[in-house]
Write a protein that binds this ligand. Sequence first.
Ligand code: HAM
Length: 421
Amino acid sequence: MPGLEDQLRKPVRGMRDLTPELYYAVNYVEEKLTKLAEAFGYRRVETPAVEHFEVLARKAGREIVNEIYYFRDKAGRELGLRFDMTVPVARVLSYRLDEPKPVRWYYFTKVWRYDEPQHGRYREFYQFGIELVGSNSPKADAEVLALMARSIEAVGVQDYTIRLNDRAAMDRILASLGVEGSRDEVLRALDKRGKIPDDELFKLLLAAGVDKSSAELLMSLIAEPRPIEEAPDFLSKYDRDIGERYRALIKALEAYGLSRRLVLDLSIVRGLDYYTGMVFEAFAGEYKLAVGGGGRYDNLIELYSGVKTPALGFAIGVERLMEAAGISQMAIPLDYYIYPLTDDAYNVAVKIADFLREKGASVAVDLGELTLREALEHAAKTGVKYFVIIGKRELEKGVVKIRDMYKRVEFEVELNRLGQL
Ligand code: HAM
C-alpha cells in the first residue's frame, strides 16, 4: 500500500508537530515563564480555542480580521479560532463583572492566525502573556513592562530592547500635522516601517492623504528612537498629561531597574485596533522580528461589558523567544530501563519498576521482543541513565546488574539497595 501522499504526512501549512524533543523544549520555557508569572501574583487562565466570530471581529483591526480562522459549525453558528488571548480574557471579564480588581491573569496557550507562513511566522503558535485589568496607574504600566522584561531574561536572553510608544500621543502628533480623517490608514502605514523600504512608506503616507511636508516631518520623527528619559518632555509638547504620565512611569520603572532597557520609538503603532495608550514591542539581540508586544486597551472590556475598565498586558511569541534564546530541542532521558532475561525475572522487574516509580523515577520495562543488544541500542538512542539487567543468576543472588549508560560502567546492586543510586 502506498500510504498517504507526502504532502498529507506533513502538518497543515504554517503548523508544527511537536514531537517529544520539541515539546519538552516548549515545556521547559513554559515552566520558567509560568513560575515567573505566579511569583508576581498572576493566576493562570484558559479559554476555548473557538470563539464567536462577532467577539473576535469587533475590535481586532482590519488586518487581523483577515487572519481569523473562520468557519460555521453544524448548527450554522459563525465561529473563529482565537487570534490572541486578550480578546477572550476581555470577554470573560465582561460577564465576571464582580472579579476583584485589579485582575492579574496569565496564559501560556495556542493561538491561530491565517498569516503568510515564513521564518518566525506560523499559523498556529504559542503565546505566553499577562493581562492586568482594572488599574489606570503608571505603576501598572511599569509592572507589565517589568514582567515582560523578566520573562525575556528568564529564558536566558540578556540582550534585548523594549520599544515604546503611545497611541494617544500619536493621535495628538498626527493632529498637529493636520492628519485627522485618515488616521487609521496612516497608523497602518507606520506599522509597516521596517517591513517595507522607507520610500515606499513615504508613498503610503501621501496616499493616505498626508501632505508632503507633514509626511517628511513624520518620517523624521519616526526615524530614530529616543532615550526613554526624553519621553516626558517630548510628549509634553503635544499633550501635557501624557508627558507627565511618562514621568511617573519612568520613576516606577527605575524601581525595577528597568529604564535602560526602554526607548521611545514613534514607529511602534501595533497592528491591533484595541490599543488606546501605551504600546510596546520587545526585540531580542539580532533577532529581526518582535518577540513580544503589548499595550493599554482601556476601551476593549467596555465594548463587551458596557462597563469602563482600564487594562493592559503583553504577549510573547513563544517560538520566536525560543529561537532568539537558542532553545530548540530538549531530550528527557529515562532513569531506568529494566531488561528481564526470563519470565521469573519479568515478575521481579515489574515490581522493581513500581518501587522505583514510587520514588519518583521514570522506568520502562522491556516488552520481551528485543535481544539484549537491541535493547541496549534502543536505550542508547532514546536516552537512558541506567540499564538494569535481571537474569536467573541475579535472582539467585538477590541483585540486579546495572549499566550506567553515561559512564559506561557496569556494577551489581543488591535488590534492597535499589533506588539509592
Ligand atoms: P501581537 O503583537 O499580535 O500582540 O502578538 C504578540 C507576539 O506574538 C508577537 O510579538 C510575536 O512574537 C508573536 N506572534 C505574532 N504573530 C505570530 C505568528 N504568526 N507566528 C509566530 N509568532 C507570532 C498580541 O497578540 C496582543 N494580544 C498582546 C497583548 C496582550 N496586548 C495586550 N495584552
